[in-house]
Design a protein around this ligand. Structure first.
Ligand code: FES
Length: 117
């Protein structure tokens, strides 16, 4: 099963955005765009599982846009791998999601049937 998240142009290049594909009432995944490449992770910090990471809607990046940041305690994650490179969960990683961009520039999330936020 797959879910359309948005059009590529709805994601700012070099920016981030949260989504609620399972209608949980809060953003449960985050997407980050680098040109035509889109990375996706569960919005679920490994330091405190279940803790939302953005400090405000769609704000998942540090000031320079080079790392994902959890507002809880400042953990920083590599955008391409989701691995924590600084902070209390150093070496742990965000749960990566399978996002892809089709030929119409729609961004899709492939859901595992058992996954629920
Ligand atoms: S909850 Fe994310 S760094 Fe502590």
């Amino acid at each position: 099963m797959r879910v359309r998240l948005c059009h590529l142009h709805d994601l700012p290049d070099g920016g981030s955005r949260g989504f609620d594909p399972c209608e949980a009432g809060r953003d449960t995944i985050l997407a980050l765009r680098d040109g035509r490449r889109v990375y996706g992770y569960l919005d679920d910090c490994p330091h405190h599982p279940g803790a939302p990471m953005a400090w405000r809607k769609d704000a998942y990046l540090n000031g320079s846009g080079t790392r994902i940041v959890c507002h809880g305690h400042g953990a920083q994650f590599d955008i391409a791998t989701g691995t924590c490179v600084l902070g209390p969960c150093f070496g742990q990683a965000l749960t990566s999601l399978n996002l892809n961009v089709d030929e119409q520039d729609d961004v899709w999330l492939r859901l595992l049937s058992a996954w629920r936020p």
